[in-house]
Design a protein around this ligand. Structure first.
Ligand code: KG4
Ligand code: ZN
Length: 359
C-alpha cells in the first residue's frame, strides 16, 4: 500500500518503511541551506543564508570566504530549523558531499558527522546535482522516472537521461562555460553586479532580442553538447564596439535580450532534440537558470510533453533538495566517520541506492 504522495520515495524506501525525518545540509558553494524533510508529511521547514553580498565585490565566489561563512552560519541555522519543525533528533542527516568547493563541503560534512555521532544517527552523503534533479519532487505535482533532466546552474550545464533513481546517462554537457556562468559574465559586462543572471533577465524585458545576431553555438553540430564561450566572446566584442561608439548605455537592454535569446534558444533546441531521441514525455529543469522565465515560456511553447520545475527558490541551491535526496538515499546511510568532500564527482558515476540495486 502506498501511503505517501511521493511514488518514487515509496519505491526507494519500501512502502511499509516507518516515517523518517531527515535533516539536510547544503554548503557546496555560496549558500548555507538547512531543511527537515519528513517521508510521510513532506518538507517541514527550511532556512537559507545566501553569501551573495559577501562575494559580490570580488565578482565571483572566494572559496576561503565561503568556508568561513558556512562555519559561522550553519549551526545557528540548524538550531533554528530544528526548533521551527519541532524536531528533537532527526532519523538521519544528509549533507552535500560534492561536487563543490572542498573547504565549503567540509563544513557541512564535518557538522553532519558530528551531529550524527552525538545523536547516534546515520549520515547520508548526497550528490549536489542529483539533489537538483530530485528537487521538483518536493512539489505536489512531482515527476516520475524516466525523464530527461536539464540541469543548468552557475557551475553546470547537463542534459541527463534519468532512467530511474541513481541510473543517469549523461547525454550532453558544456565544453567550456556553464550557461549560468555565461549569464553572469554577460551581466558583469553590462555592470549588473554578481551573480547577475536574474538581473540580466529583468533588463532583457526592456530590450529587443533581435537587435544583435549573436551565435547559437553548437546547434549545427551532432550530439547534445553545449558551448557558451563563443557566445560570450561575441557579446564582449559587441559591448566594446558599442562603448567605443558611445552607444552602450542606450543598447544595454538590447544586448541583454539578444544574449538571453541566443542562450535560451541553444538550451531549448538541444533539450528538445534529446527528448525526441529518448522519446521522453517529461522534462525536469533544475538549477539556478531554471528560474529563467524565457526558458520556461519557450519550453512550454515548443515541447508537447510535460515540464517539471522546482519552485523558483528551490531552483537555486537550498537545503530542502538535500534533505529529500537524503530521504531517497536512506539505503546508503552509514554510521558517522568519514568527512566526505569531493570537488569533482560525475553524476553518471552514481548507482541506485544500495538496497535498490540489489532488488
Ligand atoms: O544552482 P545555483 O544557485 O548555483 C550553482 O550551483 O551554480 O545557480 C546560480 C546561477 C547563477 O549563475 C545565476 O546567475 C543563475 O543561476 N540564475 C539565472 C536566473 N536566476 C539565477 N540565470 C538566468 N535567469 C535567471 N532568472
Ligand atoms: Zn547548485
Amino acid at each position: 500500500m502506498q501511503s505517501r504522495p511521493w511514488g518514487v520515495l515509496g519505491y526507494a524506501l519500501g512502502y511499509d518503511a516507518p516515517p523518517m525525518r531527515i535533516l539536510g545540509l547544503e554548503t557546496s558553494c555560496d549558500e548555507t541551506g538547512v531543511a527537515v524533510f519528513d517521508t510521510e508529511c513532506g518538507l517541514l521547514g527550511e532556512a537559507l543564508h545566501s553569501q551573495v553580498d559577501l562575494h559580490a565585490r570580488y565578482g565571483g565566489v572566494v572559496p576561503e570566504i565561503a568556508s568561513r561563512d558556512h562555519l559561522r552560519r550553519l549551526l545557528p541555522l540548524v538550531d533554528q530549523v530544528l526548533k521551527d519543525t519541532d524536531t528533537r533528533r532527526p532519523d538521519g542527516i544528509a549533507y552535500t558531499a560534492g561536487p563543490g568547493l572542498v573547504g565549503a563541503l567540509m563544513v557541512g560534512s564535518g557538522l553532519a558527522n558530528g551531529l550524527a555521532l552525538a545523536w547516534s544517527r546515520p549520515v547520508v552523503p548526497v550528490h549536489h546535482m542529483e539533489a537538483h534533479l530530485l528537487a521538483p519532487m518536493l512539489e505536489p505535482d512531482a515527476p516520475a522516472f524516466p525523464f530527461l533532466a536539464l540541469l543548468v546552474s552557475g557551475g553546470h550545464t547537463l542534459l541527463v537521461a534519468a532512467d530511474s533513481l541513481g541510473r543517469y546517462r549523461l547525454l550532453g554537457t558544456t565544453l567550456d562555460d556553464a550557461v549560468g556562468e555565461a549569464f553572469d559574465k554577460t551581466a558583469k559586462l553590462l555592470d549588473l553586479g554578481y551573480p547577475g543572471g536574474a538581473a540580466l533577465a529583468r533588463l532583457a524585458l526592456d530590450g529587443n532580442d533581435g537587435a544583435f545576431a549573436f551565435p547559437r553555438p553548437m546547434l549545427n553540430q551532432p550530439g547534445f553538447d553545449f558551448s557558451f564561450s563563443g557566445l560570450k566572446t561575441a557579446v564582449m566584442l559587441k559591448v566594446r564596439s558599442l562603448e567605443k561608439d558611445g552607444e552602450l548605455d542606450r543598447a544595454r537592454p538590447d544586448v541583454a535580450a539578444s544574449f538571453q535569446r541566443a542562450a535560451i534558444d541553444t538550451l531549448v533546441a538541444r533539450t528538445l532534440a534529446a527528448a525526441r531521441k529518448e522519446r521522453c514525455g517529461s522534462i525536469v529543469v533544475a538549477g539556478g537558470v531554471g528560474a529563467n522565465d524565457m526558458l520556461r515560456a519557450e519550453l512550454a511553447r515548443r515541447f508537447d510533453g510535460k515540464v517539471f520545475y522546482p519552485r523558483p527558490q528551490f531552483c537555486t541551491d537550498n537545503g530542502a533538495m538535500i534533505a529529500i535526496a537524503g530521504a531517497f538515499r536512506m539505503a546508503d546511510a552509514a554510521p558517522p566517520g568519514t568527512i566526505e568532500a569531493r570537488a569533482r564527482w560525475p553524476l553518471e558515476s552514481l548507482l541506485p541506492p544500495t538496497s535498490d540495486a540489489n532488488r
